[in-house]
Design a protein around this ligand. Structure first.
Ligand code: SF4
Length: 457
């Protein structure tokens, strides 16, 4: 339709802008190979802004600039300042390595996960990192606080319409999409527990800093993670302290970016000295452990077991997953006296998230808890490690990572001896205000939210 109210030049400019906005390439839209080919069959090469999945494949220019600042350069600048004579510029450099990154290095080095953790620790130390932490303890806290949130929601469900479904909060790709696109349809349902990366941020900049008698800004905290979404997460306002002008996590490098540094330096794995990962208490990790359930810390499995025991007195021996539409959409139920009392689901990848949201809008999504992850297959398939240089999924490598991860011994968060010690000495108790402020955050509709009245799904 011709616009009557603008000049021809403006009209043509607007048309160009509209065209640029509208013609996002399908090839960039979905991250999984299968999803991509299915999408190709469905649509003939065009999607519109109203179809946007906010999957993190594209970002605004402002965000792009901030993410760009989180790169090797920022990290090496700090390492190089540490070598200068001016000690006022020196910072203690610590790195937290995500448990989902270690299998990537194990597959690349052709080593076990435990051996690879020692090599990656040795490599980061050879660059000038002072401490390399195992972050399992942060995931332990995140799982325990998710369990606590679930029980509280269950008990107040008759007074709180937003209690269920409760969505896991550990994946920043999903959380960002919920805040930006879905808004308050979903945000009140997201568990408030921080993700493992950000709990590690609090542990490093609060607990560890005080143990070392250092101000938080005197520590540079690098996180090694499987995806780029973790960079965006580190930049959230909640994770910035005005007083010290610093963030809980100063820089995030993906596993692939760390591997790139190794390749640029032409260092072979044989040359790297082995060091065990450390913990924030000053000791070392004797054995690399993982959580039960999926490779993405198994929130579903832990919350399900805990809720079954706490609410219904049932000790779940083995969790039975029922595959629904595809392997990335599974269901777990607890029955009592012929009635389903707990209904949990795992929904991975935007194809399943899209279906879930459609049902939610129609009021037909009757789950108590959903472990939502943006990546099909979970965190081992993060875009920062499971893709080739041309952006294609590395399927063989992913399978290898999964096999390696499965061999890692399992430890439940309740059995971590340091957790209770930290609840007491650092957080003033499990239910304290300090614990709530330190381990939880708020997920709210983004002010940049586009309030998608034209959203097609
Ligand atoms: S599912 Fe993907 S985007 Fe989400 S935290 Fe894991 S690797 Fe990152």
């Amino acid at each position: 339709m011709k616009c009557e109210n603008c000049t021809k030049a403006e009209c043509s400019k607007k048309k160009k802008q509209d065209a640029a906005d509208a013609e996002l390439s399908v090839a960039q839209a979905l991250e999984d190979g299968d999803e991509k080919s299915e999408f190709h069959r469905l649509a003939d090469a065009r999607i519109f802004l109203s179809d946007c999945l906010a999957c993190g494949n594209c970002v605004t220019s402002e965000e792009g600039a901030k993410i760009f600042a989180q790169n090797q350069k920022a990290f090496f600048k700090v390492l190089s300042l540490n070598k200068k004579c001016d000690t006022s510029l020196h910072r203690l450099v610590v790195a937290s390595v995500s448990p989902q990154s270690v299998p990537y290095f194990a597959a690349k080095f052709q080593l076990s996960v435990c051996e690879a953790s020692k090599k990656i620790c040795g490599f980061l130390k050879s660059l000038g990192v002072h401490h390399v932490f195992d972050t399992t303890i942060a995931a332990d806290f995140s799982i325990l606080e998710t369990q606590r949130d679930f029980i509280q929601r269950f008990r107040r469900q008759t007074q709180d319409e937003h209690a269920f479904p409760m969505f896991a909060s550990a994946c920043p790709g999903w959380v960002q999409y919920a805040e930006r696109v879905l808004g308050d349809l979903v945000t009140p349902h997201i568990c408030t527990a921080k993700s493992p990366q950000q709990i590690m941020g609090s542990l490093v900049k609060s607990y560890f800093a005080s143990q070392k008698n250092l101000a938080p800004d005197k520590i540079f905290h690098l996180a090694v993670a499987p995806c780029y979404d973790r960079k965006m997460e580190a930049l959230r306002e909640d994770y910035y302290t005005d007083l010290f002008n610093c963030r809980d996590v100063d820089c995030v490098l993906t596993s692939g970016e760390v591997m790139q540094i190794m390749e640029q330096r032409n260092i072979s794995v044989k040359e790297i000295e082995e060091f065990p990962l450390e913990n924030v208490f000053g000791g070392t990790t004797c054995q690399f452990v993982r959580h039960e359930g999926t490779s993405s810390d198994g929130y579903l499995a832990h919350v399900f077991r805990h809720a079954a025991k706490e609410l219904f007195g049932t000790e779940v021996q083995e969790i039975t997953y029922k595959t629904l539409k595809n392997k990335d959409f599974q269901e777990v139920c607890l029955e009592k006296d012929g009635e389903t009392v707990l209904r949990f689901a795992a929904a991975y990848g935007f194809r399943n998230i899209q279906n879930m949201v459609l049902k939610l809008r129609k009021g037909k999504f009757h789950y108590h808890f959903v472990e939502v992850l943006a990546c099909p297959g979970g965190c081992l398939n993060g875009k920062g490690q499971a893709q080739s240089a041309d952006g294609k999924p590395e399927r063989a490598q992913l399978q290898e990572m999964e096999a390696l991860f499965t061999n890692v011994p399992v430890q439940s968060p309740e059995n971590n001896p340091h957790i209770q010690e930290l609840y007491t000495s650092w957080l003033e108790g499990e239910e304290s205000q300090k614990s709530r402020e330190t381990l939880h955050t708020k997920y709210v509709p983004s002010s940049h939210s586009t309030a998608r009245v034209d959203m097609k799904w």
